[in-house]
Design a protein. Sequence first.
Length: 113
Amino acid sequence: MDDYLAAAPTDKRAALVKLRRTIKAAAPKAAEGMSYGIVGFKLQRKPVVYFGYWKAHYALYGMGSRVIDAHAAELKDYVLSKGTIQFPADRPLPYRLVTRLVKARVAEIETVG
């Protein structure tokens, strides 16, 4: 994970480090690892969230449609597709929103199992 973040362009690195800390704080029991070439967090062997960066955006993957649908109003300004949320790289990441999304995903995993 550290290598992935260290390899990020310098203009994205600080945001990614803060994103990682934000996710860890929202899902403290989740195990962190690399999967599909990006950083991921799992709880009870189920994906909580993965994150990655691209030239024009940051992305969260694996949130699931229930979490995305439940936060649709808050996500209306972002590109969404099947469990993926894209945040433009030229705008600050919405860390508070990420916290709410991750906590909702953790609750879903803990409830549904």
